[in-house]
Design a protein around this ligand. Structure first.
Ligand code: MN
Ligand code: MN
Length: 459
């Protein structure tokens, strides 16, 4: 009877009860490398720059239209420094389709407005407009760094990073003291801190003159000394405030990683490592690091942009293949994080179908909300395909659903890939406190995501 039970029941099991000591060591080794990548990649531009540096070390070269490609050729194309496409050419023609993994490297953050700088009551501030889905109250009273670029009228671009390196100052958005917060505390979490209250404190010493806005003047003079910029230059700047937290191990057992931007750099790094490690693949492997996913994948560097089609078409042209024929035979793993079940907030999940920390790579057949609205909803055959290859490669994985029915929901780049007539399914790392300034993931799940992407690339 016990055998029959085992045979008939589907039982989920903790990943640590399925791996041996040698694989545990691989999990650790992988986690250390990922932590370095995450720590150095606080914006999509930095993630792309770091990915290109790693790609070059691994033999990738910039892909120009008309280049001769042979099986094993390794190429990349940067889309304006904010998204990245890499490919390893397969033994088979692109007429047999490509195997694609797509993650995103943009994360929720606070962008400076185009006219950001002001002084109020002898304190200087930057005004911000938040980017992506945030709980605003999480972004006050925490240390912030400033990252980004300023494009000058002469056509040059200056990179600015303040607060990342030891000894540099940081920034903060102030919050009300509890003693005087009785009105604020009666508001909902959504209303307690408003978007227009996310003003970053940047200075307090007045400039030595008799005009108004002396603190603002003093800040501008520091910026001019350090970067040669003036107030007008903010008009053509892309500067953002991100959490100034170091990436760190979490827990007595060090089994988890805390840091900013696991969504979706945990999957982006998994893809990168996999595309570096795949050797002589049967089909062409494509790795996408997309931008703008957190604001709907719109824009020239988002997954709705033709930049991806242009890259794929250039690859296809090199082999005399019709792009449409390539797409219809391609497969895409949309590598994006999902919600990890949190025992402190059990009510938002449905326990039979949630994903859990340490249970491995989380496959989402569908995301979306309100009755599977806004999702590509992969077919049974597509799920069957990944089941088979994950079983063959001993990838520990789980099925996931983003919260219980009608609780909310979310989306990824999956539907934009599927809309191109590419068979697509979502898969990624389960995250605790997703979209918070400090998110948490399990090391084992990060490693299994790498292993899963590699299995797909080898299929
Ligand atoms: Mn994501
Ligand atoms: Mn997200």
């Amino acid at each position: 009877m016990d055998d029959l039970r085992k045979q008939l029941f589907y039982e989920r099991k903790n990943g640590y009860e399925q791996i041996d000591a040698s694989e545990h060591a691989l999990v650790e080794e992988y986690a250390q490398d990922y932590m370095k990548f995450l720590d150095a990649s606080k914006t999509e531009r930095e993630a792309v720059a770091n990915a290109i540096a790693l790609a070059k070390e691994n033999g990738f070269v910039p892909f120009e239209p008309g280049m001769t490609l042979a099986p094993g050729s390794k190429v990349y194309r940067s889309n304006r420094g904010k998204s990245l496409l890499l490919a390893v050419i397969g033994q088979e023609s692109l007429a047999q389709g490509a195997v694609i993994a797509g993650a995103h490297v943009d994360c929720p953050r606070l962008d400076l407005k185009q006219n950001p700088l002001y002084e109020s009551d002898e304190l200087a501030f930057f005004k911000t407009h938040y980017y992506g889905g945030i709980k605003k109250y999480q972004w006050v009273a925490i240390p912030l760094e400033l990252h980004g670029v300023v494009s000058l009228k002469d056509g040059s671009t200056i990179e600015i990073t303040v607060g990342k390196n030891p000894g540099e100052p940081k920034f903060v958005i102030t919050d009300l003291l509890p003693h005087l917060a009785q009105d604020q505390m009666k508001k909902t979490l959504a209303e307690g801190i408003t978007g227009e209250a996310l003003n970053i404190l940047i200075g307090s010493v007045p400039y030595d003159d008799d005009e108004k806005d002396k603190v603002k003047f003093a800040v501008l003079s520091i910026l001019n000394d350090n970067y040669g910029i003036t107030e007008e230059d903010f008009l053509s700047a892309e500067l953002c405030a991100v959490p100034a937290f170091d990436v760190t191990e979490i827990g007595f057992d060090r089994s988890m990683i805390g840091g900013y931007g696991h969504d979706d750099r945990s999957c982006a790094y998994a893809e990168l490592k996999a595309v570096f490690d795949v050797k002589d693949p049967r089909r062409t492997c494509v790795c996408i690091l997309a931008d703008k996913e957190e604001i709907g994948s719109d824009g020239v560097t988002g997954m709705q942009s033709a930049a991806f089609d242009c890259f794929m078409k250039d690859l296809c042209v090199a082999q005399g293949v019709d792009l449409r024929r390539c797409y219809e035979k391609s497969f895409c793993l949309s590598a994006d994080v999902t919600n990890a079940f949190d025992p402190t907030y059990p009510d938002v999940s449905e326990k039979m179908n949630d994903s859990r920390v340490n249970y491995g790579l989380a496959i989402a057949k569908y995301t979306g909300s309100r009755g599977k609205y806004d999702t590509s909803d992969a077919s049974a055959e597509t799920v069957g395909f990944v089941r088979r290859i994950f079983a063959d490669s001993h990838v520990i994985w789980q099925m996931a659903e983003l919260g219980k029915v009608d609780q909310g929901g979310g989306g990824t780049i999956a539907k934009y890939m599927a809309n191109r007539n590419i068979e697509t399914i979502d898969a990624g790392v389960p995250v605790l406190s997703m979209h918070a300034p400090f998110e948490v993931v399990g090391k084992l799940d990060c490693y299994m995501t790498y292993k899963g992407v590699l299995a797909v690339y080898r299929s």
